[in-house]
Structures are given as structure tokens and as C-alpha cells.
Design a protein around this ligand. Structure first.
Ligand code: LFR
Length: 472
């Protein structure tokens, strides 16, 4: 058997097909990368799922024969299918505003405490539970497939719901890890929408005949992996032992700790911490921080700007001239980010940044403050000892952000790997093939094979405490 595995990893700003070779250590290469993002059609935001699928097929063709394939993506979004499993239109993007007011209505109907007690999930306006209730195509739908499960269906013809991603819907029971049918019924959602659950490491199915033909005449099983990208990323955190926090930093920053059991206390709910399902029954106890989205949207507002140059200039800017709460709901939709940051600065009595470099400094310090708050609260609410923060994902390549995060958290930051998600994806496949054993060994393999960089906390801890107080 070959020791080559393909990871299809769809992020909110780019997708890629990665190839891992485990013949000698763990070598990861990028086979194909393609842009992704919200598409505004007549005032509604969609994903271009057809183009993404074409890119995936082209990437698999470029990858050539592999032992197996795993698919992961961002969470919560889905396609609705009719009785013949035909897609009922493009999946709506989670940044669309169709769910405005829905979470409040559900909290009234079910009770916010009861809801948290069932799902253990943080309230984000776009959780699947709220999207389904706002979906005008629900009446025609027979099946709901989350994005990686939809891709898996197109590749194999098999229908199911992988559990780590299902845990982000708000409709999975956090204790039993099965669909929360009493809640589903109470909300008036059709129980038949929710397909049988799959565990990471289980086979989804073999490539359909015509898919095998178009990828170049080879076939392989598609394996369920941690199909929620964050679950895969956390699986590939190069930590040993349990005294670590992680920040999976891409379009979003997901900051928290890994636990054996959920935390469902009133304090945890008040802090809007989530208990998402991880690999091997672990709990990803974390909170979403707005992430590099803030920077990406600034860059979109400055056509022709050079990120490398801006980051260099930002490193020389005066610290803490302006900081904002990165999680302000106003920052969620696409649009003119510098203008929104300026408005937030004015609202909080601060002078808005005066140049693109100053905006970048403001964004990165604000993000580091968001990281600090989430990591500290995760520690406090879970009682977990933390000696180091692992920062993985695309953000780990941003040296200024890594240093600011170490300074803000007052903890060492180990940065990398940048492609943690793809690594977690292939390692679960490699384990199913018998090449690695447990999570500990998977992480050791990442630590020994991938470049990592350590940042010690420096700077003025008093100044960080004061800046943190400014955004509360
Ligand atoms: C990160 C992520 C987060 C989820 C957000 C929206 O890519 O999957 O975990 O909250 O995207 O789906």
C-alpha cells in the first residue's frame, strides 16, 4: 500500500488539495490552491460550491493515486438536498444576515440555559440551528449535508454527517454525541433532514466510477476525518501532554484548550465558550475570535497594497494608539473594514489609525488582545494548567502577530505548522491505515517533521493589561 494521502481542505478564504507522504516521516506538499470567499447575488451571500468542487477534482487529478482522501472545511454551512439528493441551490454563506434575530427567538422559545445544556455550543448568529430556521428552502428539503459531507457525497454517493462538524450545528447532544432529536422536534425541524453520524477514521465510501475516471483513472476510499477544519487543526497541534492552549488562526482565531469532558457551567455559557467535538472523544473548549478576517478585509479595501511591507511598517508603529474589541458584531459581514474600525475607535473615544500601517498595528494588537482574553478565560473556566500556547494555521506565519500574542498572553507561543488542518486531516487517514497510533503519536510526528518557531513573552505586561481593559 502506498503511504500517500490527499487532504482536501476548504478554508473561508482559500481552498487547497494537499498531498502527504508518510514513507519517511511526514512530508506535506501543496498540490493545488484556489481562492474562496462570499459571493453576493442580489443581496444574499453564497459560496460558489460548483467551482470549489471543480477545483477539488482538478486537485485530485494533480495529486495522482493515493491511499485515501479526506475532506474538511469551515463549519456550520450546509447544502439542502431534495428526495433525489439533488442540491437545492448554492449553500448560503454564514456571513449572510438572514439569521438576524433568530438566535434571540430560539433563546426565548427553548431557553438559553436549556439550549447550552443540550449542545454546549457558543451562540454565534450563524450556527446551523439558526440558519435552518431562516432557510426559505427548508420545505422542499429531504436531507441536509454539511459542506465536507456534501463534497463526500458527490465523490462517493454516500450520505452521512461527520460528528466533529455536526457538533457545530447546535443540534448535536454534547453528552451523547448523537443528534438532539427532542430539541430538533421542539424547534419544528424535520428529523429526517439529519443523516446518520460518522466518526473520524470511518470510511465514507469509494470514489464513484465517473469521479475515478475524471481524476485520472484511479480510485481510493474517502475517509471521514475531523471534517470540521478546526477539529483537524487541533488534532495536529504539536503539543505533548495536556498543559497547552491552542489558537487555530486563519480567517477565524479559535482559541481554547482540549478537555476530556465538556464544561457546561453558567459561567462558561456567560463567557460564550463552546464545547465542540474533537478527535477521539476530546472536547474543543474554545471561543471564536474574529481572526485574520479583520486584516483580509482591510487589505481588500486597499487594492495594490503589499502585506509584507505593511507588516514591516506595522512593527515600527507606536503600540496601543488604538485598540478595538475584535469581536464587535459590526465586523462580521464583508465590507469596508477600515471604515468600521475607524467608527469603532470614535465610538470608544479613540483617534482612528492614521495610515494603513497604523490600521494593521491596531488590528494585530486587537487580535492579540482577543487571544489573551479567550486563552485566559479558557484556563479559568476549565481549571486546566497551561504552560504554552500553540498557534497553528496561516496566522502562525505572521511574526508580528505571534510575538504580540505571546506578549498579550504572557505565555510562550509556539508557532506552526501553518497547514495544521491538512496535517490533522491526513493523520487521521494515516491512523485508519495503521501507520500511527494515538493523538499523542500524531502530535509527536507533527512536532518532529514540521518547522516550528518559539516566541517568548516580552514587552510591558502592565500596558497589555491596560489595553485589555480598554476593549472590555
Ligand atoms: C474556522 C471555522 C470555525 C467556525 C467558522 C465558521 O475555519 O470552521 O471553527 O466557527 O469557521 O464555520
Amino acid at each position: 500500500m502506498s503511504r500517500r494521502f490527499a487532504a482536501v481542505d476548504l478554508g473561508a478564504s482559500s481552498g487547497r488539495v494537499m498531498l502527504a507522504d508518510l514513507s519517511d516521516g511526514l512530508e506535506l506538499t501543496e498540490v493545488r490552491r484556489f481562492p474562496n470567499g462570499p459571493i453576493d447575488q442580489a443581496g444574499r451571500l453564497y459560496w460558489n460550491i460548483t467551482e470549489l468542487y471543480e477545483e477539488i477534482i482538478a486537485g485530485l487529478r494533480d495529486a495522482g493515486p493515493v491511499s485515501s482522501i479526506g475532506v474538511d472545511s469551515w463549519a456550520v454551512d450546509y447544502g439542502l438536498l431534495d428526495e433525489a439528493y439533488r442540491l437545492l441551490g448554492n449553500p448560503v454563506h454564514y456571513r449572510d444576515d438572514r439569521t438576524r434575530g433568530v438566535s434571540e427567538r430560539v433563546a426565548e422559545q427553548v431557553g438559553a440555559e436549556a439550549l447550552y445544556d443540550v449542545s454546549g455550543l457558543q451562540v454565534l448568529p450563524f450556527n446551523t440551528i439558526y440558519q435552518l430556521l431562516a432557510d426559505d428552502r427548508l420545505g422542499e428539503a429531504e436531507t441536509m449535508l454539511l459542506i465536507p459531507d456534501l463534497i463526500g457525497y458527490w465523490l462517493t454517493g454516500e450520505v452521512g454527517a461527520e460528528v466533529t462538524n455536526a457538533s457545530t450545528t447546535g443540534l448535536l447532544d454534547v453528552r451523547t454525541r448523537s443528534w438532539a432529536f427532542p430539541l430538533i422536534e421542539q424547534l419544528g425541524l424535520p428529523a429526517g433532514l439529519f443523516p446518520p453520524l460518522r466518526q473520524p477514521g470511518e470510511a465514507v465510501g469509494k470514489l464513484r466510477r465517473h469521479v475515478a475516471d475524471v481524476v485520472g483513472g484511479w480510485s481510493a476510499p474517502v475517509m471521514a476525518v475531523g471534517s470540521h477544519d478546526t477539529a483537524s487543526a487541533v488534532a495536529a497541534v504539536p503539543a505533548s501532554g495536556s498543559a497547552f492552549a491552542y489558537i487555530s488562526c486563519g480567517t477565524w482565531s479559535l482559541a481554547g484548550v482540549e478537555l476530556p469532558e465538556p464544561v457546561l457551567t453558567p459561567e462558561s455559557r456567560a463567557a460564550n465558550f463552546t464545547n465542540e467535538a474533537g478527535i477521539d472523544g476530546t472536547v474543543r473548549y474554545l471561543r471564536n475570535v474574529m481572526g485574520l478576517w479583520l486584516l483580509q478585509e482591510c487589505l481588500r479595501a486597499w487594492p495594490g497594497s503589499d502585506l509584507g511591507e505593511l507588516l514591516k511598517a506595522a512593527a515600527g508603529e507606536r503600540p496601543f494608539t488604538a485598540v478595538v474589541n475584535p469581536d464587535e458584531p459590526a465586523f462580521l459581514p464583508p465590507g469596508d473594514m477600515p471604515a468600521r474600525i475607524a467608527a469603532e475607535c470614535r465610538r470608544t473615544g479613540q483617534e482612528p489609525p492614521s495610515s494603513p500601517a497604523a490600521y494593521v498595528r491596531c488590528v494585530l494588537e486587537s487580535l492579540a488582545l482577543g487571544h489573551r482574553l479567550a486563552v485566559r478565560q479558557a484556563i479559568e473556566l476549565s481549571g486546566r494548567d497551561v504552560e504554552v500556547v500553540h498557534l497553528v494555521g496561516g496566522g502562525s506565519r505572521n511574526e508580528l502577530l505571534c510575538q504580540l500574542t505571546a506578549d498579550a498572553c504572557g505565555l510562550p507561543v509556539v508557532a506552526g505548522p501553518g497547514e495544521a488542518t491538512a496535517l490533522g486531516n491526513v493523520l487521521v487517514q494515516a491512523r485508519a491505515a495503521g501507520l500511527v497510533s494515538d493523538l499523542e503519536e500524531m502530535r509527536a510526528l507533527v512536532a518532529s517533521s514540521q518547522p516550528l518557531r518559539r516566541y517568548e513573552p516580552s514587552g510591558d505586561s502592565q500596558a497589555w493589561a491596560e489595553a485589555a481593559a480598554r476593549i472590555l
